[in-house]
Design a binder for this molecule. Structure first.
Ligand SMILES: CC(C)(COP(=O)(O)OP(=O)(O)OC[C@H]1O[C@@H](n2cnc3c(N)ncnc32)[C@H](O)[C@@H]1OP(=O)(O)O)[C@@H](O)C(=O)NCCC(=O)NCCS
Length: 151
């Protein structure tokens, strides 16, 4: 597996591969939360490339198999997306990507959120030392759990 940090806005091929991965991967979360109105499934290529946070991607040859996106300031880090190809799940790819972001946080608190019913993601965050902080409905009818990883 090779990790790289290309800017999707600078490479239409990367942007297209990322959008494909996002749609197939987050379709899993939609099933688990019982609702397709989750933001990664509503996003198009324009929205995806307009977002100016950071990306780390995992490649198996030329196949994009995983990606993590996060936003950071001097004081905090916020995970925006974590997604793995349906054919490559449960091989440690999300763990590898998340570990890199946690290491790069260098002591800053790291926030994340996922569907409350998304058991794979809830277990992923718990395994990496995140604590559930609160539940809220975004949008109304979809419960998400907010997590925090303290330094
Ligand atoms: C959640 C997701 C990112 C996990 O990716 P992954 O590469 O399969 O995860 P890993 O192989 O690194 O697994 C790490 C841990 O996550 C948890 N986990 C992952 N998949 C799981 C599953 N299907 N059921 C239960 N726990 C699971 C486990 O704790 C696992 O550790 P273990 O293998 O030692 O038991 C992946 O399922 C995915 O892309 N889902 C769709 C998108 C999504 O829901 N993103 C997160 C919401 S923001």
């Amino acid at each position: 597996m090779i990790l790289s940090s290309p800017d999707p806005a600078a490479d239409p091929h990367v942007a297209a591969a990322l959008l494909r991965l996002q749609r197939t991967s987050y379709a899993r979360e939609a099933v688990l939360v019982g609702d397709e109105r989750i933001s990664p499934l509503l996003e198009d290529e324009i929205g995806l490339t307009a977002w100016r946070g950071r990306w780390l991607m995992a490649w198996d040859g030329v196949q994009l198999v995983g990606a993590i996106a996060w936003w950071e300031t001097d004081d905090a880090v916020e995970i925006h997306r974590v997604m793995v190809s349906t054919s490559a799940m449960r091989r440690g790819i999300a763990s590898t990507l998340l570990s890199r972001v946690l290491a790069s946080a260098s002591g800053r608190p790291v926030a994340a959120a996922t569907g409350r019913a998304n058991q794979p993601a809830v277990a992923l965050y718990a395994k990496h030392g995140f604590r559930a902080e609160s539940d809220e409905q975004i949008p109304p009818g979809i419960w998400i759990t907010r997590f925090r990883h303290a330094a």
